[in-house]
Design a protein around this ligand. Structure first.
Ligand code: KG4
Ligand code: ZN
Length: 339
């Protein structure tokens, strides 16, 4: 089943063609540079840029996949979570195309997409645990099938990617600074500074990063002038405790759900090498398989993962939308369960 998938949930205009778990094309037009001068994503600028670019991205995606409209069997589109003005562009376009070409339309949860992003070479084994860490979300999810999700824990404030970006800004890196902080951390001494491990005694599976962010702010203020050594050491110390918090919650979740066989690690932060390595050690110890996206393009926002999620959803019984689907900016994975 060949699907054309669209994601415009944030600042990437992306269109992909997928066939079951195969990706035939995955075109991503990033707006990162356009939002850079504002230090974050500006929703109405994102909307305007999605509108300007979407037709060309669709055309490119079909061309690269060497697929014409008659071969496309369905359209999949993200309807949430994300920025309302941005989501609208993809949804309107998907509905217009579904009508024009007479194709069924599937509305997909962006976070289900981040889970599906790892299933290009492997098939899901349920129940599975998903750790989804991006610039907008930090969630631990239990999936009993691709139609039954339970949120076990989530961030109470900042997402982990967002915390990386904010620490990056404090250390003088541009936006988004997550990768630059991770690169700096790799050169630093992670024991150089004491910082609090977030949510150590919370007793639940939630995460929180605003306290750590403020502790880093204070630490930087105490240091006065920052030289390169201090920058890499602060980055490394931040990374150690930020990740320690994630590792403790994942360990606890695996203890609570001993029948979990796969740990899915998705979202932009899944590009982080240190976290991949420590999660892998944890999984090996427990006989769980760690699954991460096979490429960087599949970690950050992209439409191929939406096509993959639609395919897994359809196999699990997901129905096409009748006529109109509205965007749901705060959509939760639990709202998408259809079991
Ligand atoms: O999934 P994504 O593209 O966007 C959202 O849906 O939010 O994730 C982007 C986030 C940014 O916050 C970025 O700084 C972070 O992922 N990120 C990283 C790394 N690469 C990207 N964070 C930590 N280490 C990395 N290597
Ligand atoms: Zn995302």
């Amino acid at each position: 089943m060949k699907l054309l998938a669209i994601d415009t949930s944030c600042d990437e205009t992306s269109v992909a063609v997928t066939e079951e778990n195969h990706i035939l094309s995955n075109i991503i037009s990033s707006q990162v540079k356009d939002h850079q001068e504002f230090g974050g994503v500006v929703p109405f600028l994102a909307q305007r840029l999605h509108r300007e670019r979407i037709d060309a991205v669709i055309e490119l995606s079909l061309m690269e996949a060497k697929v014409g409209w008659p071969e496309i069997e369905a359209i999949a589109v993200t309807y949430g979570p994300g920025l309302a003005p941005a989501l609208e562009v993809g949804l309107e376009k998907a509905q217009e195309l579904a009508k024009l070409h007479g194709k069924p339309l599937y509305a997909v949860n962006h976070m289900a997409g981040h889970i599906a992003s790892v299933f290009t070479e492997t098939v899901p084994a349920y129940p599975l645990l998903a750790l989804l860490l991006s610039g907008g979300h930090s969630e631990l999810v239990l999936a009993r099938s691709f139609s039954s999700f339970t949120i076990l824990g989530q961030t109470l404030d900042d997402a982990l990617g967002e915390a990386y970006d904010k620490v990056g800004k404090m250390l003088g890196f541009g936006y988004p600074g997550g990768k630059l902080v991770a690169d700096a951390a790799a050169e630093g001494n992670d024991q150089a500074y004491e910082l609090p491990v977030p949510m150590l005694r919370s007793g639940d599976l939630n995460l929180s990063y605003s306290g750590l962010k403020n502790a880093v702010r204070l630490l930087i203020a105490e240091q006065g002038e920052l030289d390169r050594q201090k920058i890499v050491d602060i980055a490394a110390s931040f990374e150690r405790v930020a990740q320690e918090s994630v590792l403790r919650k994942v360990t606890k979740a695996l203890e609570l759900y001993p029948d979990v066989q796969q740990l899915v690690f998705g979202g932009g932060v899944a590009a982080n090498k240190r976290l991949r390595t420590s999660l892998n050690e944890l999984c090996v110890e427990r006989g769980v398989t760690l699954l991460t996206p096979v490429s960087m393009d599949l970690c950050t926002d992209n439409a191929a993962m939406i096509g993959l999620a639609a395919w897994l959803g359809i196999k699990a019984g997901q129905k096409a939308v009748e006529s109109y689907a509205d965007r749901v900016p705060y959509l939760s994975l639990e709202d998408t369960s259809f079991d």
